[in-house]
Design a protein around this ligand. Structure first.
Ligand SMILES: Nc1nc2c(ncn2[C@@H]2O[C@H](COP(=O)(O)OP(=O)(O)OP(=O)(O)O)[C@@H](O)[C@H]2O)c(=O)[nH]1
Length: 560
């Protein structure tokens, strides 16, 4: 990555001296060259970024190769590719060779730069005369490299690989986010996809990637409008995304309203630019930059506040967003003539875009995890009894209903368990000792059951168990084991330990049973167990005449 970035840092193989002036009517290249030799042009360092002010007739630029001169095939490269046309005058003749990123005809045009193959007829020491033709677009600063053909090819290929990789990462993240948005039905991912897509589009236009290598002729002429629309839309998407992603409703509700307003303004700018009304388009270009500045400040402040107040995802946003902001600030400074030695900013903008896409995707993956965890927690809270962690009554009934509806029908036994004299324990040792006892009893009961048995707290000190596939004998056996287990349990209370007992009623499923009827019979049996002296089990027997025996085909524990 660093070696790829270095394509913007390495100095030209041939040192260049540069000078420029605005074009006057009637100028000729020879005249300009003469002025250069006379020293009347403004000097500049071609290896540094240099901005040529917008003027009605354009600007002349003279580049003089310095020794040691290279006597081999050379290419003049101009980074980043300016939006307008540059006329090159070989050997300072009057015949101009037009150089433009919109030129789809010549085989050599450069990627992420404009390239001019210096004719071999031009002596190595001869200055190159260029004219930046007047353009309506904002004149971005450029720098110049005069390179041997081989070095040019290598750097051009490096840039192409680097830029393609960055765009591939951004587009992959966009596709992933769109899939997540559809699958999770969460619009946050869609706003993120919109934001990264717009950013990639802006970079593709500014770096010239849309023209070479993509060769999208149809964008010729509409790129400035497209860039403006993508810029406004990217801020609108970023605002909508960050409001949800950083949970501003919770962490910074006031700023959420302001950022929502910013998104609406940016959407309005998109509409204004998209309209064919010239006045609206002019207003749009006036408003865009101030709103961009305001938006960047607002989003940064909101993310910092949300992060400080505990929003975990605001940190992801800041990590992805701050490098981009820094780059944007440096680019703005360069548009005003500062920091001209930082020639790598355009390449970095691509790398930082890919980096941001990855960081925010990680943040979105984390968001999906958090949402899933929260949903699981809610489900557990909705189904489990808070004190004993057994199924609550509703969840137990749901599972019992499912078991009763199972096809083929299987043998079921319902056990109704009620702690004996539990009121006394509460009265003597307090409610919290009672709570501890309930927890200990539930834990002990669960260890005696199979994972397929459904154990729930029916209410107060009553528990229920549904044994699937159990015969009468097996149900009796399990109930007796549970009784013994509770009796062996030592419940710690203030001055030592206390023993508890439990009474259990058993009811076997019969034809036509519902959960209510099954539980009701088990409850009746439990009362019989209480009446019988407690700490025992009692089986409810269905009193049916021999001819009216249940017709249900029961499957026992062995599947027979
Ligand atoms: N600590 C505690 N006690 C509870 C809870 N739910 C119900 N209880 C108590 O359980 C006791 C049940 O009392 P009773 O219905 O009279 O039954 P018992 O004292 O166990 O007597 P028998 O069932 O006849 O053996 C009451 O004192 C309730 O307050 C709970 O969640 N925690």
């Amino acid at each position: 990555m660093l070696s790829l970035l270095s394509i913007g840092i390495v100095r030209a193989a041939t040192p260049l001296d540069g000078a420029w002036r605005t074009v006057h009517a009637g100028d000729t290249p020879q005249q300009v060259l003469q002025d250069f030799h006379d020293g009347t042009l403004t000097r500049f360092d071609p290896a540094m970024l240099q901005q040529f002010p917008r003027s009605n007739l354009g600007s002349w630029v003279v580049l003089a190769p310095q020794p040691p001169w290279i006597d081999e095939e050379r290419v003049l490269a101009i980074y980043p590719p300016p939006a307008g046309v540059i006329s090159v005058y070989p050997a300072a003749t009057d015949v101009a060779a037009p150089l433009s990123r919109r030129d789809f005809s010549t085989p050599i045009h450069g990627h992420g730069r404009l390239a001019w193959y210096v004719p071999t007829t031009q002596p190595p020491s001869m200055p190159i005369v260029l004219k930046f033709e007047p353009t309506a677009a904002v004149a971005a600063p450029v720098r110049f490299d005069l390179q041997p053909w081989g070095e040019y090819l290598q750097k051009d290929a490096n840039w192409l690989v680097f830029a393609t990789a960055c765009f591939a990462v951004m587009l992959a993240m966009v596709l992933m986010a769109l899939c997540f948005s559809l699958m999770l039905r969460d619009v946050t991912y869609a706003w993120y996809a919109g934001y990264i897509l717009c950013y990639a589009l802006i970079q593709a236009a500014q770096s010239g990637f849309l023209f070479h290598p993509l060769e999208w002729h149809w964008l010729d002429g509409i790129t400035p409008a497209l860039e403006a629309i993508a810029t406004a839309a990217s801020v609108a998407f970023a605002s909508l995304f960050m409001v949800r992603f950083c949970e501003l409703q919770r962490y910074a509700p006031l700023l959420r309203v302001l950022i929502g307003g910013l998104a609406v303004c940016m959407a309005a700018l998109v509409v204004m630019q998209g309209s064919r009304v010239e006045l609206l388009q002019q207003r749009m270009s006036l408003l865009l930059n101030p709103l961009l500045l305001l938006g960047a400040t607002l989003l940064s402040i909101a993310a910092i506040i949300a992060a400080a107040r505990g929003s975990r995802h605001a940190w992801f946003f800041l990590v992805g967003w701050v490098p981009l902001l820094a780059l944007t600030a440096i680019s703005s400074a360069q548009m005003n003539g500062a920091l001209s030695s930082l020639g790598w900013i355009n390449q970095a903008a691509l790398g930082v875009g890919a980096f941001e896409a990855i960081v925010l995707s990680l943040g979105l993956a984390d968001r999906a995890l958090v949402l899933r965890r929260d949903r699981d927690t809610v489900r557990v809270l909705a189904e489990r009894d808070m004190l004993t962690n057994a199924f609550n009554r509703r969840a137990w009934i749901e599972r019992a209903e499912k078991a009763l509806a199972g096809d083929p029908p299987q043998s079921l036994a319902a056990l109704f368990l009620d702690l004996d004299h539990f009121k006394q324990l509460n009265d003597h040792h307090g409610h919290s000792a009672g709570d501890h006892a309930l927890t200990a009893v539930a834990a002990a009961l669960e260890t005696e059951l199979r994972p397929t048995d459904v154990f729930g707290r029916y209410g107060g000190e009553e528990f229920v168990v549904l044994l699937t596939g159990a015969t009468v004998a097996q149900a009796m056996q399990v109930a007796t084991r549970l009784c013994r287990r509770v009796h062996r349990l030592e419940i710690p209370v203030d001055e030592g330990e206390q023993r508890l007992t439990i009474s259990i009623g058993i009811a076997m499923r019969v034809d036509g049973d519902t959960v209510a009827s099954l539980v009701d019979r088990a409850d009746q049996a439990m009362y019989k167990a209480k009446l019988g002296g407690r700490n025992r089990t009692f089986l409810h027997r269905v009193a049916t005449p021999h001819s009216a025996r249940p017709r249900l085909h029961i499957i026992d524990g062995n599947g027979r």
